[in-house]
Ligand binder design. Sequence first.
Ligand SMILES: Cc1cc2nc3c(=O)[nH]c(=O)nc-3n(C[C@H](O)[C@H](O)[C@H](O)COP(=O)(O)OP(=O)(O)OC[C@H]3O[C@@H](n4cnc5c(N)ncnc54)[C@H](O)[C@@H]3O)c2cc1C
Length: 370
Amino acid sequence: MSHQNYDVLIVGAGPAGVAAAYLCHRQGLSYLLIESGKRVFQGIATTYPAGKNVFASRPKDSEEPFRIEELSPPEKPVTVEKYLQYVEHFVEHEQLNLQLETSFEEVQDERDGYLVSTSQGPLRAKKIILAFGSSIPKELTVYGDAKMVAKTLDDPKKYIGVRTLVIGGGNSAADVISSILRAKREADDDQPVYWAHIAETFDVNKDTAQRLGEEILLGGHIRLLPGARPRIGEVDAQGVDRLVIRTSEVRQSDGIEIYNALSFPMKNVLACIGSQGPLPMFDKLGLQSIACAEGVCRIAKEGDRLLLLTADYESTRKGIYVIGGGISPSYMCISGSSIQEQQHPNLIHTAINDAYHVVEVIRTKIKPAE
Ligand SMILES: Cc1cc2nc3c(=O)[nH]c(=O)nc-3n(C[C@H](O)[C@H](O)[C@H](O)COP(=O)(O)OP(=O)(O)OC[C@H]3O[C@@H](n4cnc5c(N)ncnc54)[C@H](O)[C@@H]3O)c2cc1C
């Protein structure tokens, strides 16, 4: 474990997290930026369609400029690929303290801050900025551990020469399979891709089905596993992390189960099982939220739970701040003795400007004399 107690641990290298890291760097605060994905702006890389233009949009009625011009998308829109390339170059050039493929998991209170559990081991920090966006990939729930299973396809070539398992029954799973089949076809690899889904039917739209159908007609080897259930994450005798997936199971009246199962090295498995909002994570961390009662909220719907934050984005767990898309489209703002719903548009502008505000607040707490 690193013995360093960072001033600030920033979770999520999207626009909010990268902006926060850059500002900590400029302010001389010690910090670490962790990102579960394989690159900065992983959230954007995963969710934007290829070739999409990125707009420097501002919230309606906001006169506030982008507080960090260096990270703002250009006024004349560029494609997402160009913007990502620019940001990657920026992070490298500024030598931001970034740790990729590190998933934030839990936080424990300590005397002088927090002990944070991550997929790469524990870390210590005085303050935490949660900037993990609005769509968090769902974890596979299996007995044991399935942390090594990939959730995004960064490089289809990685799966050449190996039998690959893709889990999930929707468009993103189908798209991932098309890309892997294409890479395999171009490399003359006839190892199949297994496509497993917990339900009996797969659910993809026409365009996606067409792309996949084309790859199959061009020779792609695919094995369908409908009604298949990921069951166990385990380490085998050779030390290889494996995922066991049951392809059929029958429970007999005397309690005996008969099943067929396949076991894949986890590095050959991709789970495209969708994403969820950040509420489960807020609950796990014990950050308070409030349900919108009738007539109280203008943006959220009745019954929606909104995170409770101060005007400085500090949660009900002191020293833990939440910024960016994770608190969009609105949160409950505590000001004085009242609590009010506060609009919070999910834009790059908002994410960057939140970071500016929060790092300023943290700086005055950590270095009060300056
Ligand atoms: C299709 C699409 C088009 C859009 N177009 C525009 C546009 O043109 N202009 C605009 O201003 N806005 C646009 N937006 C909105 C904009 O992308 C978001 O407002 C912005 O990305 C929010 O930034 P963020 O840093 O809060 O979150 P994100 O960009 O989502 O970044 C969060 C990061 O946290 C990481 N993460 C998640 N969980 C963990 C964890 N447990 N541990 C470690 N890391 C974690 C994720 O991998 C991700 O990289 C668009 C959104 C979508 C979906």
